[in-house]
Design a protein around this ligand. Structure first.
Ligand code: UD1
Length: 355
């Protein structure tokens, strides 16, 4: 079989890595279309190199834009690429504009579509990611769900007969890297030492970055926490802070450029905790047994909330108390996220193809 994966944003590079390898191991051809949604080397190329992802067959280089123009350019580019690549299946990942574009172009071209990370729901329709994942699920022929909760969500939407529980692919990338970073020390900004303690923070979702009063309050609160904060800056955060003349480099906050996957795991592993609005980091913190405080009203990864290992925070007055909370036992990772998801994905795609 020939499989084409459509990816474009950082979290998707992390997810495609084990899937590409598993299809190749099983003797199938696997090609990548990169939409170019993320284009800075630190957001894209660095991940392809570090995670040994085969170079994209096609790079659409769409770059930034409003959601509508960005998605439309990707749909047009994917639509044009598919007849030449002639895939048996197209695989899309997660919930970004690249996911939605891949889903629309594939469904319209009549090629079979599989969605990895199907069934996650925040139930907050104002998030672009929620809209993207719901639409991708409803367009797809095969829904590859990471958790039992995701399976239940799909059944509720009448999609249960197209859904298969495969486990979480991001966990596989995590496990592979974890075994390589044992004993590594984090490279901390000047003036910070691991033994003194620090928190790792990331902020990039539009509900936190695009409203200047909210972003100012958030940055001020991070700076007032009892431990220093390493703020790993997504380009959207820098752009919005610059636009609002908001200084990120201040007492209590050490801004750093985006880190590679490996650097980020090492940074989190040695920290006292993580404060983030990312979906992926919530899970990586959980796997590393670091308490995570999520700057969001809801999470698609509700399993991480058990025992207080993840906590939701919208009222910033609660943040100092939350980063210092007590923790209960953490559930077993295999029971929650499964294992060897990529092998399972290959087996399921083969059986749905009649192979
Ligand atoms: C996207 C995803 C989000 C995911 C995140 C991971 C959507 C709707 N959102 O958000 O779900 O969690 O990726 O990072 O798809 N930029 C650069 N260089 C880059 C990439 C982006 O400078 O390599 C800047 C652009 O100026 C752009 C801004 O960052 O305006 C936002 O980028 P965009 O791809 O629109 O969304 P993300 O915020 O990255």
């Amino acid at each position: 079989m020939r499989i084409v994966s459509v990816v474009g944003a950082r979290p998707q590079f992390i997810k495609v890595a084990p899937v590409a390898a598993a299809f190749q191991r099983a003797g199938h051809e696997h090609l990548v279309i990169h939409t170019g949604q993320h284009y800075d080397d630190r957001m894209s190329g660095a991940f392809f190199r570090e995670l040994n992802i085969p170079a994209p067959e096609v790079n659409l280089a769409v770059g930034s834009g409003t959601p509508g123009t960005q998605t439309a350019s990707m749909v047009a580019g994917i639509e044009q690429a598919l007849p030449e690549l002639r895939p048996d299946w197209v695989v899309v990942y997660g919930d970004t504009n690249s996911t939605l574009a891949g889903a629309i172009a594939t469904a319209q071209s009549g090629v079979r579509l599989a969605h990895v990370e199907a069934g996650l729901r925040s139930f907050n329709r104002t998030m672009p990611e929620e809209l993207n994942r719901v639409l991708a699920d409803h367009a797809a022929d095969l829904l590859l769900a990471p958790t039992k909760g995701a399976m239940a969500n799909l059944a509720r939407e009448g999609l249960g007969d197209r859904a298969e529980l495969v486990g979480d692919v991001a966990r596989e990338t995590f496990d592979a890297m974890r075994s390589r970073i044992t004993g590594e020390s984090p490279v901390l900004p000047d003036g910070l030492r691991p033994e003194d303690g620090y928190l790792v923070a990331t902020v990039h979702r539009q509900e936190n970055t695009d409203d200047l009063p909210r972003l100012s309050e958030l940055v001020a609160t991070l700076g007032s926490l009892p431990l220093p904060v390493v703020l790993v800056c997504h380009p959207r955060l820098i752009a919005r802070a610059n636009r609002g003349n908001l200084e990120l480099d201040r007492d209590g906050i050490h801004p750093v450029d985006p880190l590679s996957y490996r650097e980020m795991l090492v940074m989190m592993e040695h920290s006292q905790g993580v404060v983030t609005d990312s979906g992926g980091l919530q899970k990586e913190a959980w796997l590393l047994r670091r308490p995570c405080t999520s700057l969001r009203a809801e999470t698609e990864w509700g399993e991480t909330l058990a025992g207080g290992w993840n906590a939701l925070c919208t009222d910033l007055n609660d943040l100092p108390r939350l980063v210092d909370r007590d923790l209960g036992p953490r559930p077993d990772a295999d029971a929650v996220f499964g294992s060897a998801a990529s092998e399972r994905i290959v087996a399921v795609v083969e059986s749905w193809s009649g192979a």
